[in-house]
Write a protein that binds this ligand. Sequence first.
Ligand SMILES: Cc1cc2nc3c(=O)[nH]c(=O)nc-3n(C[C@H](O)[C@H](O)[C@H](O)COP(=O)(O)O)c2cc1C
Length: 363
Amino acid sequence: MSGNTIGRSFCVTTFGESHGPAIGAVVDGCPPGLELAESDIQADLEPRRTGTSQFTSQRQEPDEVRILSGVFEGRTTGTAIGLLVDNVDARGRDYEKIKDRFRPGHADYAYQQKYGLRDYRGGGRASARITVATVAAAAIARKWLRERLGLTVAGYLSQVGPYRLACVDSAAARSNPFHCADPEKVPLLESLIRDLRRDGDSVGARVTVTATRVPPGLGEPMFDRLDADIAFAMMGINAAKAVEIGDGVAVAGQRGTEHRDELTPQGFASNHGGGTLGGITSGQDLVVHVSFKPTSSIPTPGRTIDVSGQSAEVATTGRHDPCVGLRAVPIVEAMLLLVLMDHVLRHRAQCADVASATPDITR
Ligand SMILES: Cc1cc2nc3c(=O)[nH]c(=O)nc-3n(C[C@H](O)[C@H](O)[C@H](O)COP(=O)(O)O)c2cc1C
């Protein structure tokens, strides 16, 4: 009911707030026998970390993960895996100024109206700090899916403000702070972010993530369609405002002859659908786009009200991301991994002994 859990067979519950002592996850349903060390998870946490470049929040968190349970002699036991990451660089005093007033565009007002109180330090539970838990949990899914199925998930920044960014070199997305797969555009992004900081403003962005070697058959008709679960998971990321699969919103302008992905014995002739048909994976690459709104905590003063409902002004200083999308690639990857892992286990439960007479044209 309270919305802290995702997945049915690979079930992840997260806890923690921006300025609490720690963030954590409980991962229930992981198959036994997976070799798992903290270093496996650490490798996935690194690309999400703050304080690693001048273009993101300067909060210095080492994000060192501890495995508290569910692993014995280096392998998962099949029992609940507890993961914990300490918060070591929380600075609550930065938020004293917004204690009694609401940042426009942030979760402050809605949390106050829902719960009657809020942890104003760093946005509390509405902080992107909590995504450290989902990324840690998804690192387990990533390892299992890669080792058992050869499935991989990789993303890149596909738009920042007015600039569309192509995937020229997917490996490059791992070697610059923007997760930009078009290395020639990195200087443009650097100056865009510097200008935003100078102007006290922020900007939106879009992230694209692709899963390859996805088995056909994942997802269930109607409300548990794979694309429905992907959209659900992605909209669970802070600041996410739109999710698209394949050609996404562009389908509204397409003709059937253009959009349909024709089948040949050698494979599908195109992938406008983004990897699902009827909410079930076709075996093609899954292609997912998520759009993020601009950061709401900006130094430019804006109109608001205080907790008593009186007009007020708010300007947010402190350590903030000028563009949340720059840090979102590992988080979008994580959410897709969690959904895929859950559906692989669900498919295995119901359809493990199904053999289709039709050859798999995607392999
Ligand atoms: C990776 C990432 C980093 C973020 N960094 C900030 C930030 O530095 N400052 C801020 O005000 N919001 C930041 N946000 C956004 C807030 O967490 C989010 O906008 C807020 O909870 C309001 O909720 P909503 O946008 O989901 O409606 C970030 C979001 C993500 C995904």
